[in-house]
Design a protein around this ligand. Structure first.
Ligand code: NDP
Length: 295
């Protein structure tokens, strides 16, 4: 199966690694060409000199870009791939995108005989490495069947969320919950540190009690208490995701004050800490505001 992969970032490169083997014939393209060269030096993949060249002849084109805006740019920009996509091909967009843009892309591609599936992933870089990502996809079953082998190469739990855009919606809400957990657990532990409770002791209790979450069980012990803060998922991307959830809520005319407050706080963290830091570093904003270190 001829697959083109566009976007070899923190997670994209790990996902693409599972496609660099039979029965796939993989061509990669990345905006920063050195990353594609580096990928091909350790994986069985051809490097295309342009996105257009990458998608020519591909049956499945996988995109894994920061947001739907970059997917639009790759399709429609000056060197866009729109005209190079083969009739009968499928664009499998693994970007955590926004539902409205995905629906509009799907409609445009459909007029050209190209199908579209939004297939955001969760599980982070650890699950991407082991090929055990959770994949939430939106689109038609018949289109999914054509790309199933590609999704199964990097996914373990694969769930049909609904029509095009439903995968994006589900992903945005999941990540909004992640943002709330990071901010609330960070605040809770900051209170306890100031009150004189050791954060490891606090987590021992919280993780055996009802306040626990993946954030308290894994992220805080492994990344905050150790002060390691590895970069696996940029804070800027989490800010984008909670923004998508907030816009979706607004579009649907809903009242979601906790979501809105968390979105504002994440946005503040991004403005203060910058575009390149990891999402868990949002805790540093809470620490700085309160004069405590959770360690
Ligand atoms: P990164 O920021 O690490 O990588 C982004 C990729 O997109 C890079 O290859 C970058 O190229 C490319 N890119 C950015 N802008 C453009 C553009 N205008 N035109 C062409 N290519 C562009 O992101 P991740 O790999 O972490 O994330 C990708 C998607 O997956 C996001 O939607 C994210 O929310 C989602 N995701 C990420 C997870 C994670 O743990 N990292 C977990 C689950 C979902 P270049 O190398 O030139 O910068």
């Amino acid at each position: 199966m001829r697959v083109a992969f566009i976007g070899l970032g923190d997670i994209g490169s790990l996902m693409a690694s599972h496609l660099a083997r039979d029965p796939f014939s993989l061509t990669v393209w990345n905006r920063t060409a050195s990353k594609a060269q580096e990928f091909a030096s350790t994986h069985s993949a051809r490097v295309a000199s342009s996105a257009v060249e990458a998608v020519r002849g591909a049956e499945v084109v996988v995109t894994c870009l920061p947001s739907s805006a970059e997917v639009e740019a790759v399709l429609h920009g000056k060197t866009g791939i729109l005209d190079a996509l083969e009739r009968g091909a499928t664009l499998l967009d693994c970007t955590s995108g926004d539902p409205a843009t995905s629906r509009s892309i799907a409609a445009e591609l459909s007029r050209r005989g190209v199908s579209f599936i939004d297939a955001p992933v969760s599980g982070g870089t650890t699950a991407a490495k082991s090929g055990t990502l959770t994949v939430m996809w939106g689109g038609a079953e018949s289109d999914f069947e054509r790309v199933r082998p590609v999704i199964e190469a990097f996914g373990k739990k694969i769930v049909h969320a609904g029509p095009v855009g439903a995968g994006d919606a589900l992903k945005a809400v999941n990540n909004a919950l992640l943002a709330v957990h990071i901010l609330s657990t960070g605040e809770g532990l900051a209170i306890l540190v100031k009150a004189g409770v050791d954060p490891s002791t606090a987590l021992e209790v919280i993780n055996a009690s009802s306040g626990r979450s993946n954030t308290s069980e894994n992220l805080i012990p492994q990344r905050v208490l150790t002060r390691a803060f590895p970069r696996t998922f940029r804070l800027a991307l989490l800010d984008k995701d909670i923004g998508i959830a907030e816009s979706l809520a607004a579009e649907l005319g809903m009242q979601t004050p906790i979501l809105s407050l968390a979105a504002r706080r994440l946005h503040e963290a991004r403005s203060t800490l910058g575009e390149e830091v990891d999402h868990v570093e949002a805790v540093k904003m809470i620490e700085a505001e309160n004069g405590v270190v959770i360690e």
